[in-house]
Write a protein that binds this ligand. Structure first.
Ligand SMILES: [Zn+2]
Length: 249
């Protein structure tokens, strides 16, 4: 329980950091330097930067000019905090595996929000994660060969779709992302995560078209759906009763 509280706080701080990156990276601003209000340019004091708490205390407005702070700032912090604490509740006592898992959860959340807001899956998040998961597979996963196979096969499959559609249906980032997911989940859960993401994407896309909030020409952040289903299958992977090793059948 205490781990869940600790992970809630870490998740909230990460969400706040992610908000800063989401704001600065597309504007090519540097990571260093104090945050300021985009509306009145007033520098924010440490008490304005407490994740979740500051937003609620200030009722979603800038302390200095009363400009509205978009609700997505609170949403990103809350989603990160709640997801990481949910992971702690399911993953049990602190161990190397749990620290690895927490890193994975935070990375997937980062990729999810970047794809959702900007349709990009930054290499800065993806490449280190792929390397770390590969090492984790080699040293800590008994059926690591299966995970490497799943990664190569799904990247190959997505790579063919990417090439055939000339990047129209999915991006190169999605190809790298399924490689990461394969390494992380192995064959069966990767398959489940991809299929569920396709259905979820289709359902959301159709709903948006029907409610006239989008047309068939609007692109959907497929990577964000993949990150979402992967998070679910990763956090709850021990809850599934079907065999998790293909060769164990
Ligand atoms: Zn302001």
């Amino acid at each position: 329980m205490t781990l869940a509280v600790l992970f809630f706080i870490i998740g909230a701080i990460y969400g706040s950091f992610l908000n800063m990156l989401l704001w600065r990276l597309p504007r090519k601003e540097t990571i260093g330097g104090r945050s300021y209000c985009p509306s009145c340019k007033h520098r924010l004091s440490p008490s304005d930067l407490i994740p979740i708490v500051s937003y609620l205390v200030l009722a979603g407005r800038c302390r200095y000019c009363r400009a509205r702070i978009p609700i997505r700032y609170l949403a990103v912090e809350l989603v990160c905090a709640l997801t990481l604490s949910a992971y702690a509740l399911w993953a049990g006592p602190l161990s190397v595996g749990v620290i690895f898992g927490a890193y994975i959860v935070l990375t997937l959340l980062g990729l999810l929000f970047f794809d959702l807001y900007y349709m990009i899956l930054p290499d800065a998040l993806m490449v280190p994660a792929i390397i770390i998961i590969a090492f984790y597979d080699i040293f800590a996963v008994p059926n690591s060969l299966e995970h490497f196979g799943a990664a190569l096969l799904s990247a190959l499959f997505f790579g063919i779709i990417y090439t055939a559609s000339k990047g129209g249906w999915l991006g190169l980032g999605d190809v790298k992302l399924v490689f990461l997911i394969g390494l992380l989940l192995g064959y069966l859960l990767t398959y489940a995560a991809v299929v569920l993401a396709v259905w979820l994407g289709a359902a959301v896309g159709l709903t948006m078209v029907v409610s006239r909030r989008a047309t068939m020409k609007n692109a959907l952040p497929f990577g964000a759906f993949l990150c979402l289903t992967t998070l679910v299958f990763f956090i709850f992977r021990n809850e599934f009763s079907f065999p998790q090793t293909l060769f164990g059948w």
